[in-house]
Design a protein around this ligand. Structure first.
Ligand code: GLU
Length: 325
């Protein structure tokens, strides 16, 4: 019996063996690149997915882009630094701190120089979401509360700490400070296990929509003298208003925002990044369809708010289009 099984198994081993060999050899025809994105419930992730599909369609580009989820900005800059990601989405403030090795302990005296800009995309708003039950009306009211500062390795966490500072608070003034995954933060907020959570993400981000659908969330504005002081100290921040009912039953609120951007590892070939960039701009329709925040990407605004040198491949594309001299 045993022996018969072995005989029967043999052709299967051969077939499976072939199955492993054939797709691998086919895949070799396409160069594999990775895009470090962000939260599955955020905006980076669907955008990176759209870019992956767009570049796959361009046959002569011969690329297959895999999309990795991550804590986001800070982790993504580090993945570029170590060569573990080829492209990455991240916040423009974090890109600046990383490239220049300043402001954040993750980058101080450890600048990430092998990173070139590809384009900036859309404003990412610092959403300070609180439970209605908490009664929190301003960032100052977070003293003594349970707060999620953001996921580990996020740009959100950096923004949360800068915001607390602007309102005269430090992490140690909070009742509890957590660094957890964005989806988990939303669950904890809905369950009332935390009073507040920070999310720096595009307007209409799935994670924020979800918390407001529960009917238990409210948005805390970041405006007035504190916001002005913060914009002065950290010039990447701008003010953006979230119109009423962007999220279910939410009242209009102004907050601060940075910009989402795409970067590439500097040692990726110029031609590859040139053709990647061209592929996205040649199919803006599909890119825009990925998320309402994606509609902000246009050729005319692709360089606004970019704080680091362009990747030579991207620069070549913008020169050709006449938007860079
Ligand atoms: N900007 C976020 C961060 O770096 C990620 C947002 C997203 O994935 O939409 O913390």
């Amino acid at each position: 019996m045993k022996c018969r099984n072995r005989v029967l198994l043999l052709p299967l081993v051969v077939i499976f063996g072939l199955a492993l060999v054939v797709p691998a050899s086919l895949a070799q025809q396409r160069r594999l690149v990775s895009i470090a994105s962000g939260w599955v419930v955020g905006v980076y992730y669907p955008l990176a997915g759209a870019m992956s599909r767009i570049v796959y369609k361009v046959k002569d580009l011969n690329l297959r882009a895999t999309v990795e989820s991550s804590g986001a900005s800070v982790a993504n800059a580090q993945l570029i630094g170590t060569g573990d990601a080829d492209f990455a989405l991240l916040q423009n403030d974090i890109a600046f701190y990383a490239y220049n090795g300043v402001t954040l302990s993750a980058f101080k005296d450890k600048p990430i120089k092998n990173m070139g800009a590809v384009f900036t995309i859309y404003p990412e708003l610092v959403h300070v979401v609180v439970t209605k039950a908490s009664g929190v009306k301003t960032v100052r009211d977070l003293r003594g509360r349970k707060v999620v500062l953001g996921p580990q390795g996020s740009g959100t966490e950096a923004n949360a700490l800068q915001l607390l500072e602007a309102y005269g608070l430090q992490e140690s003034d909070l009742g509890k400070a957590e660094r957890i995954d964005a989806a988990a933060a939303a669950d904890q907020l809905k369950d009332g296990r935390v009073d507040a959570a920070f999310f720096t993400t595009g307007m209409g981000s799935a994670v924020i929509l979800d918390m407001f659908i529960s009917g238990k969330a409210a948005l805390v504005p970041v405006a007035g003298s504190e916001a002005e002081a913060m914009k002065k100290k950290y010039p990447f921040y701008t003010s953006v208003t979230v119109p009423a009912n962007t999220y279910k039953d939410q009242s209009e609120a102004t907050t601060v925002a940075v910009m989402a951007m795409m970067v590439a590892r500097s040692d990726l070939p110029e031609d590859l990044v040139y053709r990647f960039t061209k592929a996205i701009f040649d199919d803006l329709k599909q890119f825009h369809a990925a998320h309402s925040a994606a509609t902000h990407l246009t050729l005319e605004t692709a360089l606004s708010g970019n704080p680091i040198p362009l990747h030579p491949g991207a620069a070549k594309f913008y020169k050709e289009k006449g938007i860079l001299r």
